[in-house]
Write a protein that binds this ligand. Structure first.
Ligand SMILES: [Zn+2]
Length: 280
């Protein structure tokens, strides 16, 4: 007899770009290190619980990626069936924050429940969101889609913490954006009754170096909140059985188990964050 399939958390790399360290870290000249190329992955995340699927973010829309000259290989509606997931299996979508590379394909899921922080929604639907340094990172029609979802009663807004499904806890940390959230996902550990936690930091942590070297990312709304978010993530990472997953770092693909997606575009890489670690 087959046991019920265990909860699985996947990172789907759907895009890539080469940037530089000086462009990625705030006031990089402070550190006295030479500039260098820095690869940036674009991911969305899949929490699969048997037939029930929750997405964390949806990546960017292909046409927006083209406009911004980002390489991209797939969208959720294209790749989920390759993973054996129907688009209608996605019951809920967590929106970690409302930047363009996270909200771009919400329209592929017109019936899914959406959840995000109240502060994030309030900010991006306020006049301040139109100022150049914020507007550069969002797409008005994607924000309008959130407002529409709210009218349709499909959008849950929260302050502080929220549990959209058993074993999934969202925590608002701010910093990168006014209401950036992280998602802690409890997963079976293999041993009887034991669990581990996958912490999907999304853009509270683009690159591991932000926490490991205390180097803030260059795009931000609130520097003290960003530092506090790094402290929160560093504390979580110290807990036994916790896997900290950065939002844009190619290291995710070497720190955790990677498997090929057969039948999808060759550049798409899926990393099983609940699989055996590839690095102690
Ligand atoms: Zn991002």
């Amino acid at each position: 007899m087959n046991a019920a399939p265990a909860r699985q958390v996947l990172a789907v790399k759907y895009g890539y770009r080469v940037t530089s360290r000086a462009e990625s870290y705030l006031n990089y000249h402070l550190y006295g290190e030479p500039d260098a190329d820095l690869g940036i992955d674009y991911y969305f995340w899949v929490i699969r619980d048997g037939a029930e699927v929750v997405l964390v973010d949806t990546g960017f829309a292909p046409e927006v990626g083209d406009r911004k000259r980002r390489a991209h290989y797939t969208t959720p509606a294209e790749v989920l069936p390759v993973l054996g997931i129907g688009v209608d299996d996605v019951t809920a979508i967590v929106i970690s924050h409302a930047h363009w590379d996270h909200t771009g394909n919400l329209r592929q899921f017109p019936r899914a429940q959406l959840v995000m922080s109240e502060a994030e929604y309030a900010f991006w639907t306020s006049p301040l969101a139109g100022r150049a340094h914020f507007a550069a990172h969002s797409e008005p029609d994607e924000i309008a889609l959130l407002a529409r979802a709210r009218k349709e009663d499909r959008l849950t807004l929260f302050t502080g913490t929220c549990t959209p499904a058993p074993g999934i806890e969202l925590t608002e940390v701010g910093g990168h954006t006014p209401g950036q959230l992280i998602a802690s996902v409890a997963t079976p550990d293999g041993g009887p009754g034991s669990t581990s936690t996958v912490v999907l930091a999304s853009d509270a942590l683009h690159f591991y170096e932000e926490v490991e070297r205390d180097w803030p990312f260059a795009i931000l709304a609130d520097l003290p909140a960003m530092y506090r978010a790094y402290d929160t993530l560093a504390q979580l990472a110290k807990q036994p059985g916790t896997r900290l997953v950065a939002g844009h770092d190619p290291l995710v693909r070497t720190r955790f188990a990677r498997h090929a997606v057969t039948g999808g575009p060759a550049e798409v890489e899926v990393t099983d964050l609940t699989g055996p670690p590839t690095r102690p």
